[in-house]
Design a protein around this ligand. Structure first.
Ligand code: GDP
Length: 373
């Protein structure tokens, strides 16, 4: 029916009725509480309670404390970690590595969506000490994981900003504890597959996954034999379209190469497979392999043994780091080190004797500190 100029809209079906005001989408009280939490300094108990209740704002804040260089923050973070420790340890920790471009972010998104849809709560962390990108992180750009970034069962935290590998690794280990206490039962730790950071990641996870590309030689992919030896599974990513056949060939080559390596301490023969992070084909198989590994190593006791070993390692590393920091911050060492180093460089004394001299000076200084002049 057409409307004439004289017709009134009042009786017409085209009239838009005034609706009622819609309530705000997010409870303003909850928003205000979140805003306050973000800006207020919390006590140790408030931190611990918030984390244990799974409050992400509090969790993020606590991780920021861990990452802070300030002594006060460091001390506070240690007390929070201590409170959370009894509630940690219950997750499955998975390290994921591969050269830039292999598809790690796409893969993490695909596997992450798969496992969160099964009811798991996933935290994605990263170790990238070399990165100088904004926020010092390979995961800084969250748009790379669009689905996970808005998934309420996933928590993505960029790598602590660039620093020494030891420092970054320690912060990530502590972050794992907090994430576990907050209820995340699967933790991914991503790293770029080009060097030392794999060793650090390997020392903090239960399962280590290496992603590879088909056709590219190992050298081209910058993957060292040592990293292949650490892998519990190697998956050839981008096994889609024309690349499928090549990926399968590569998988066979890696499976053969792995047979030549000595059996790992876990007793587990590293698995190989192909997947496509883009089409998500083969992604459920990755999760199956991880599940099989967990069952296998829990049954033979390796899972717990490795965790205990990793715990001891943290203690020993912390001692080493603490001693080193104390050594170099000792006033007398600061003064005498360049002098003794000069003698060593001029071949007056050997490197070994120079080191021993400095160590002895350090211990003497500890026994009877010289008075400041
Ligand atoms: P990262 O640097 O290892 O994190 O790699 P990205 O996840 O950023 O992926 C690098 C490029 O490879 C992007 O253009 C992705 O779209 C593409 N890519 C990732 N996974 C796949 C895959 O399974 N198949 C195909 N064809 N491309 C992929």
């Amino acid at each position: 029916m057409e409307l004439n100029e004289n017709d009134s809209l009042e009786d017409s079906a085209l009239k838009v009725k005034e609706g009622i005001n819609q309530p705000e989408q997010v409870n303003p009280l909850a928003l205000e509480r979140a805003r306050q939490l973000r800006h207020r300094t919390l006590s140790v108990d408030e931190f611990a309670e918030g984390i244990l209740a799974g409050n992400r704002v509090v969790l993020s804040k606590a991780i920021t404390l861990i990452e802070s260089m300030s002594g006060v923050h460091q001390e506070l973070s240690q007390r929070v970690i201590e409170k959370c420790l009894p509630y940690s340890g219950k997750s499955l920790r998975i390290g994921i590595t591969g050269v830039p471009g292999v598809g790690k972010s796409t893969f993490i998104e695909a596997l992450g969506v798969h496992i969160t849809s099964q009811g798991h709560k996933l935290a994605v962390l990263a170790i990238d000490p070399s990165s100088s990108r904004t926020k010092g992180s390979i995961l800084g750009d969250k748009t790379r994981m669009e689905e996970l970034a808005v998934n309420e069962n996933a928590f993505i935290r960029p790598s602590p900003s660039a620093g020494s590998l030891g420092g970054v690794a320690r912060k990530t280990k502590e972050t794992i504890i907090l994430c576990e206490a907050a209820g995340f039962d699967v933790i991914f730790v991503e790293t770029v597959g080009v060097g030392q950071s794999e060793i650090a990641v390997h020392s903090m996870v239960d399962f280590f996954l290496l992603l590879m590309l088909a056709g590219a030689g190992d050298e081209l992919q910058g993957i060292k034999r040592g990293i292949m030896e650490m892998a519990d599974a190697i998956f050839i990513n981008k096994a889609d379209g024309d690349n499928r056949w090549k990926a399968n060939q590569s998988r066979l080559e890696y499976a053969n190469a792995l047979h030549l390596f000595p059996t790992p301490e876990s007793g587990w023969t590293p698995a190989t497979g192909t997947c496509s992070a883009r089409t998500r084909e083969g992604i459920p198989e990755v999760w199956n392999v991880i599940g099989k590994y967990e069952t296998f190593t829990r049954q033979n006791g390796y899972f717990d043994r490795k965790r205990l070993y990793q715990k001891s390692l943290i203690m020993l590393e912390t001692i080493a780091e603490g001693l080193k920091a104390d050594f170099y911050s000792t006033e007398k060492i600061k003064i005498l080190l360049p002098q003794i180093q000069g003698e060593m460089l001029n071949d007056k004394i050997s490197s070994y004797v120079a080191a021993q001299k400095l160590i002895n000076i350090y211990f003497d200084e500890k026994k009877s500190p010289s008075k400041p002049c």
